[in-house]
Design a protein around this ligand. Sequence first.
Ligand SMILES: [Zn+2]
Length: 338
Amino acid sequence: MRATMINGTRDVSVEELPRPELEAPTDAIIKVVAACVCGSDLWPYRGVVPVKEPRQMGHEYVGIIEELGSEVTGLEVGQFVVGSFITSDNTCEICRAGYQSKCVHAGGVGTAQAQYARITNAAGTLVATPEYPAEDLIPSLLAASDVLGTGWFGAVEAHAGPGKTIAVVGDGAVGLLAILSAKQLGAERIIAFSRHPERQALAREFGATDIIEERGDEGVAKLKELTGGLGAHGVVEAVGTQESIEQALRSARGGGYLTILGVAHGVQISGRELFSRQVHVVAGGAPVRRFLPELIDLILERKINPGRVFTLDLPLEEAPAAYRAMDERTAIKVLLRP
Ligand SMILES: [Zn+2]
């Protein structure tokens, strides 16, 4: 099968690899229908996270079940499925509390930019659609597997709802979909930080009511101006840098909520800063599985169109170009078709 490999900094290739096989009775093999490049894939691509040896890439996927391990229940070969980037049994105490990303049996997905992928914990991870979805809904279903599920978690944990002002730091796919999520959850005002015209337009389409182009202290000052000096009720951070996390923390009002979705790299926040802000903070990989059934329904009913974040659609063979487009920010997000 064909599969995307990262070999080093800014070195991605598509290679011939053996097709994955079932390894545990709880595994599934899926034929990938669509995968994509994530903002977090850029950390190794840019060399921020060193690539010690060539490895496969990809953790966002929709596909068709090819094979099921003997212990997988509730799924059938041939079904179209959406999964999340962390696999979970969906039965342990942590899963039942809605934090499947911290499942006691959690597994990773890292081989989805390929023709086939092995998914662990299949029964607790994959959610089947009632039938094969309309072709034009596939980008949105793919978005549900990570960027939408993650943005949704961000908005839920930021307590987006009627009467609330939500600020979103980061205008990548996750940030933009946190805006869509906050809107869908009923937020009254949604303030997006963005200085990129194309992304500002999509932010507005998704429900942003205000755009702030300034960053850092100036950005925070602008946000305070818009919120009567108080700050936002809830803030979603979707970048993961020192500057963005500080900006997000300072944008929340006292007693407010902050969700940190960006994978933090080299970020230092002092205990004193946290103490003085008095904000509820949650950080981490989103428990996308918690939201998948609801998100799939919203997509199939055409109530939301998160697939709009895919501004480039390429065959898998062009994965190197997909990474370049993400790196150079000429595309918001790139879909790959095996
Ligand atoms: Zn679990």
